[in-house]
Design a protein around this ligand. Sequence first.
Ligand SMILES: Cc1cc2nc3c(=O)[nH]c(=O)nc-3n(C[C@H](O)[C@H](O)[C@H](O)COP(=O)(O)O)c2cc1C
Length: 352
Amino acid sequence: MKMRSSKTLVFYPGTNKVTACNFLTRSVFECSPEVVGLLASWDEWASTAQIARAHGWSKADLNAVVPQLLDFSALVTAGSPLAEQETQFSGQWNWGIPTALMHFCVQDSAFMTTEQAEARQIERAGHVAQPDLMLKNANGAIRLPNALDENELLALMARRRTNRTAAAPTITARQLSDCLFAGMGITGETSNCVGALPLGMTPSGGARNPYEAYVVALGVEGLEPGVYHYSAADHDLGRISANHLPRISELVGGQEWADAMPCLVLLCARLDRTMWKYDDANAYRVVLIEAGHIGQNMMLAATRHGLSACPTAALSHSPIKRLLGLDRLTDAPIYALTLSTPDLVSVPKRVE
Ligand SMILES: Cc1cc2nc3c(=O)[nH]c(=O)nc-3n(C[C@H](O)[C@H](O)[C@H](O)COP(=O)(O)O)c2cc1C
């Protein structure tokens, strides 16, 4: 059996030990400097016998350490699914190792419950003062006109609120349609040296348009419950799955309030669209920023319809990718919004 060290390992030093992280598998483990040396020299496909001969390790020592290194995905077996993933990574990821470390390590994070998050804040507030959440100017600052006077747009913006309740089991297709169009709708076209570029309701770095929107519709009037893809090009919904309809909480890190929601909009980036033009890692930030623009437009359209769009970045990336059939390394669920008619009578006082 041939093996080699993983190409997606990052090492950082500590006292008398080195911590290693395989960012593709999110495996973190400690190892000795000798094991780091072994991994550094085992960079081509080779058997344990070949490595023992070439690098002076005894077979017994190697046999003792290899199973664990395979377990930690520090070593990869030739022909394995992980070897295939690494090939995809080196062929498809242009934004370097530090950005990859950040991107892949935050996939499928474990999220705290509201109770755990509150307990942690209370405990921390006991010994570390919170940083200021707003900065004020010193006396003598220039007073600006009241922004909300006779300004319908700002009044609408001011009404936007995250509300995690559903007063009705459904929303209308029109409401969903307007939210999708507000965030994703295509309204024009431009071109550059290599061809046409779509222009939409929100700005996009280089007009690369990296986002696709998907809808998990459980209670949308006139729409069979199912999972749909929104085509911004044609402003229509194509059904992609009807067999397995998950609970929404399964897609948003277990947040139970989401199960009462009639609808979830998922914003998934196709990173390769932006990567194709921009080699520099700053373009990764560009993609993330764009999700905020799209989400805000959707939230304002929802507010206009008397809905609340609750944004969440606590995503269950693998279940989402499986549900939507997204299997490329550069497909990345980034942001999601639930849509509901909020229960304005019993608004729970809770901030996630
Ligand atoms: C990027 C982002 C991620 C968020 N993630 C969550 C989340 O995972 N769960 C949740 O309940 N609220 C989430 N929120 C909503 C915030 O808690 C909410 O915006 C905040 O409490 C302020 O309330 P407001 O939206 O009514 O102004 C998120 C908001 C943003 C901008």
